[in-house]
Ligand binder design. Structure first.
Ligand code: AMP
Ligand code: MG
Length: 488
């Protein structure tokens, strides 16, 4: 089997970068000193047709730490702009990420971008150093795989490298690289960039490129741009519905952090809910709570509005408005179905939304742990109502449970069937901040075993993992004090 790097191609490079420097810039990675593997993601390697044995090859370590670039490749950084916290921020771009190449996967030759994050400055780094510290790299590596394990669209992570390169943040920390993998890294902000530069022909060229690469079946379709926008609206609505259903808070939903294909992208100060609190803000820098948990669905729409504006040169405003109107019903139908499945309903019927909302209100008032509760609810039946112990207001729960039992009687599943179905949608494990923190602290002491353990557990979060049982309970008290802010 050929070495993974030999399989990398350069479609984006050939389509755009060799013509002019409008869309991207060629870059040379700055390598890390004394690179060491922290982890390689064997599952993803297999999906990409990479022999996992190749991943421990020293040649690959050189490549994944930015110390060597295969001769046939010209790494690129993509330009984009964006709205940050609701304000136009102008040009941004891959400040510390570079696309090494594109990997052709499977019989249909699906292309996947292979990106290196943390390998030094690019023309879009502005005043920053192009580096990523080990701490934030571990968080991204684990969370993107955790999201994939939960069945949520996301960028993936192929491997993680630690080093002796000193990176200056509040204190000196080790520099690291993550290899990020995605079908596309194009963001809402990529389109906004050319729109605000008043370059409609570039907006169109980018849309054409995306269609050519991602949606070849639309190439000849007169409605191809409409399809592209419809897809962005639908996939974003579905992605956010999934986030809400698992209690995931992204933290920085700027338009430059929104993938055009609806992947969760740019893991920074994300957090999973511990106790159910719709006001939860995971990003320490987000003092106004713009990106709080409960705001995510409406921010998704805000961002799609920004994308619609950027597409005004290729679509009529009536078309854009009509598609934008589908966001809310798409979000709601997916969210309702996901929540109904969480409480073990075979299908959604009238009154279910109220039942779910009553439960969520009760959980909020009683500070009930989101993940733990739904997993415990899998075992609930006439005889076993121990899940009520999650609530201080037991009477309140009992009243809800009565309605719930009546609802369950109206469907065909036995308790056992319902329990099995519920365990497939209510994870036993999510990446709580304290778990990432435990892996980070060990890694800073030179022990990467916790990263490996969490990777294994989070890749199949619905299964039992006795070796990680201690991560299946309530978070420790000190977890409340962990504070995470923007990229590091
Ligand atoms: P983020 O908050 O991670 O989405 O980053 C916003 C912008 O800042 C993006 O264009 C990043 O590429 C860039 N950026 C963040 N951190 C760094 C860094 N250490 N060096 C260079 N650019 C960075
Ligand atoms: Mg970003």
């Amino acid at each position: 089997m050929s070495l993974f790097s030999d399989r990398l191609e350069q479609h984006f490079y050939n389509a755009f970068c060799s013509k002019d420097n409008l869309y991207c810039a060629t870059v040379i990675p700055s390598g890390l000193q004394e690179p060491r593997w922290v982890s390689v993601n064997r599952r993803l390697a297999e999906q990409l047709g990479i022999n996992p044995a190749e991943l421990s090859n020293p040649v690959l370590l050189d490549m994944m730490s930015g110390n060597a670039v295969p001769a046939h490749l010209n790494p690129i950084a993509l330009v984009y702009s964006g709205h940050q916290f609701g304000v136009w921020a102008g040009q941004l771009g891959d400040g510390r990420a570079m696309t090494l190449g594109e990997l052709s996967v499977g019989p249909d030759g699906e292309l996947w971008d292979i990106q290196l994050k943390g390998a030094g400055t690019t023309p879009y780094s502005r005043f920053a150093d192009g580096r990523a510290v080990l701490r934030s790299s571990i968080r991204e590596y684990l969370c993107s795989e955790a999201m994939h394990g939960l069945g949520i669209a996301t960028t993936r992570a192929l491997c993680l490298v630690d080093s002796k390169t000193a990176v200056y943040r509040e204190e000196v920390e080790p520099g690291a690289t993550v290899c990020r993998v995605a079908r596309s890294h194009i963001r809402f902000g990529s389109f906004e960039h050319f729109h605000y530069l008043n370059q409609p022909e570039s907006v169109r060229a980018l849309a054409d490129y995306l269609i050519q690469r991602q949606f070849p079946e639309w190439r000849e379709d007169d409605n191809r741009y409409l399809n592209l926008f419809e897809n962005a609206v639908t996939q974003t609505a579905i992605m956010v519905a999934h986030w809400q259903s698992v209690g995931f808070c992204h933290g920085v939903m700027n338009t430059d952090n929104m993938s055009i294909i609806g992947d969760t992208i740019d893991y920074g100060p994300f957090g999973f809910l511990d106790r159910y609190d719709p006001e939860f803000i995971c990003n320490h820098s987000d003092s106004g709570g713009r990106y709080s948990f409960k705001n995510q669905p409406s921010i998704g729409l805000w961002n799609l509005n920004a994308l619609a504006t950027a597409l005004m040169s290729v679509l009529e405003s009536e078309q854009l408005i009509a598609v934008l109107k589908t966001y809310e019903p798409t979000f709601l139908s997916h969210y309702r179905a996901l929540m109904a499945a969480k409480i073990g309903l075979e299908s959604v019927s009238e009154g279910d939304e109220q039942l779910i909302n009553q439960l969520l209100e009760l959980m909020q008032r009683n500070s009930v742990d989101y993940t733990l509760f739904f997993r415990s609810l899998c075992n609930f039946n006439d005889a076993d109502q121990s899940v009520r112990d999650h609530f201080i207001d037991r009477d309140g729960f009992d009243q809800w449970a009565n309605m719930y039992l009546q609802r369950l009687q109206r469907q065909a599943w036995s308790d056992g069937q319902r329990r099995d179905q519920m365990r497939k949608v209510n994870p036993k494990y999510v990446l709580r901040n304290y778990m990432a923190q435990a892996a980070i602290e060990k890694a800073y002491a030179g022990d990467y075993s916790e990263v490996e353990l969490l990777l294994t557990v989070l890749q199949s979060p619905f299964e039992e993992h006795p070796e990680a049982h201690h991560y299946a309970g309530l978070p420790p008290d000190w977890a409340e004090k962990i504070s995470v802010s923007c990229s590091s």
